[in-house]
Design a binder for this molecule. Structure first.
Ligand code: GLC
Length: 448
């Protein structure tokens, strides 16, 4: 513990001043802009925990002995895992990137690592590098690969002192604790992830919050030696973006601001109280059912309507949606998840231009729905038909000179009037009110 505190004291002095100087490189800025166009990604939580079919926190939540849990690896054999099938499904869903749990809080690596045999290649009878196969399949399908990477660890004995979680798994009391060794281990693994699998779109950290028992959030930046870790990522792959799911304002070296289970600016999930929306590219992550990791009971799937409303609402805030699926232990994606993804893809095939490459719309959220925009086009996403009064939607006259309007799904011409006194009054054409998101495309004379 003493060694830990000395190390931290040194870090605090050494790095705080430098961190403020972070200037993203041109490659990084270009990658941020590309990310901002993508708007839809798939999150995958898959690991040994999937075998216990009760979510990814089971080791901690059920106080399972960490060595006993590790024995699951001996039985990990996802006989139906087929990376090409996954990639084709995600392509059909219209996803532009996939964020995969390379190592979750349980400490098991789903990739080939030289740091320990507790990984899918050296520690399981399966013996195949899942991350490697996934990388190849995604790249072939032109889908980017991002890595989820856990800071928090419930398995390693050098992760010491413990933070908020992982006290009941039976690790020896700090005897082997060596924070410096843990930080070095993470740097080695990040180097592996960024050199073994081709271009990586982003590293998505999670678990930073575990240490807030001892330190303020600002101090944590140095405790975790973030400047060095972020610097390593950016130097190995300058276009690899960094996101950290710490639930507070972004720190230097971060390129994406993530929002767990909420669209930017809201806090219905309880994780994001008081969190301001920054100027960085934004990303909301949410589950397709209730949980991140596979659960065999009580999965409570969201409806297609809920998912498409979420997609439109995130895009209307200028954010991407990272939608999670939890594969089964045999390596297949649960049928309900796959069906929902295909249906989202079918909607995107027709309406994708109102989502991809758009920015937050200039018309703020209304009872009937939301807006997105691109150049001189404004997209009105009607999410709640019952809230359209008198069959019309009125926009402020100042929005600009409207040249024409159509329904995006079938090109039906939409009538409108534009007067200084009454504003732009759009005659909403008849449509199937059960439609999840009915989009009108309005073309203005000048960029909005
Ligand atoms: C939380 C959980 C974690 C999950 C993540 C996804 O931070 O700890 O299990 O991976 O959210 O957003």
């Amino acid at each position: 513990m003493k060694r830990f505190l000395v190390l931290i004291a040194t870090l605090l002095v050494a790095s705080s001043a430098l961190a403020a100087d972070y200037v993203p490189t041109e490659e990084c800025l270009k990658a941020r802009a590309e990310f901002n166009e993508e708007r839809f990604g798939i999150f995958i939580h898959w690991g040994l925990y999937s075998m216990l079919a009760d979510g990814e926190w089971i080791l901690n939540n059920k106080n399972i002995n960490y060595e006993e849990y590790a024995r699951l690896a001996g039985g990990f054999y996802p006989s139906k895992f087929n990376a090409d099938e996954w990639a084709e499904l995600f392509k059909e869903a219209g996803a532009r990137y996939v964020t995969f749990t390379s190592r979750h809080h349980d400490g098991f690596s789903m990739f080939k690592t030289a740091t320990s045999t507790y990984n899918v290649v050296d520690g399981t009878p399966f013996g195949r590098d899942i991350v490697g196969e996934l990388a190849a399949a995604l790249h072939k399908n032109d889908i980017k690969l991002h890595f989820y990477y856990s800071h928090l660890d419930w398995y390693r004995t050098d992760y010491w002192p413990l933070g908020r979680e992982g006290h009941g798994v039976g690790r020896p009391d700090g005897k082997d604790g060596d924070w410096d060794s843990y930080l070095a281990f993470m740097r080695t693994q990040l180097t592996e992830l960024l050199t073994q699998y081709g271009p990586i779109g982003a590293i998505w950290f999670d678990g930073y919050w575990d240490k807030k028992k001892f330190f303020s959030y600002d101090e944590l930046y140095d405790v975790w030696d973030m400047e060095r870790e972020y610097g390593l990522i950016h130097s190995l792959q300058p276009s690899c973006l960094v996101a950290n799911n710490h639930h507070v304002k972004p720190y230097p070296g971060e390129d994406i601001q993530p929002f767990e289970r909420d669209v930017p600016g809201e806090n219905t999930g309880g994780f994001l109280a008081g969190l301001e929306v920054s100027k960085l590219p934004l990303e909301t992550c949410q589950t397709i059912n209730k949980d991140w990791g596979y659960k065999i009971v009580g999965s409570e799937y969201k409806t297609l309507k809920t998912l498409l409303v979420l997609l439109a609402r995130t895009a209307s805030k200028g954010a991407n949606l990272l939608l999670n699926v939890g594969p089964r232990p045999d390596g297949t994606i649960p049928d309900q998840s796959a069906d929902l993804l295909r249906q989202m893809g079918a909607w995107l095939k027709v309406n994708g231009e109102s989502i991809y490459g758009t920015e937050a719309g200039c018309i703020s959220e209304q009872e009937w729905g939301v807006s997105t925009q691109k150049g001189s086009d404004l997209y009105l996403h009607i999410l709640n038909a019952a809230k359209i009064e008198g069959g019309t939607i009125t926009l402020p006259y100042e929005t600009g000179k409207l040249l024409g309007a159509v329904s995006l799904s079938d090109g039906t011409i939409v009538k409108f009037t534009q007067k200084k006194k009454t504003g732009i009054v759009i005659d909403v054409p008849a449509f199937d009110e059960a439609a999840e998101d009915f989009v009108l495309k309005l073309s203005f004379k000048a960029a909005l």
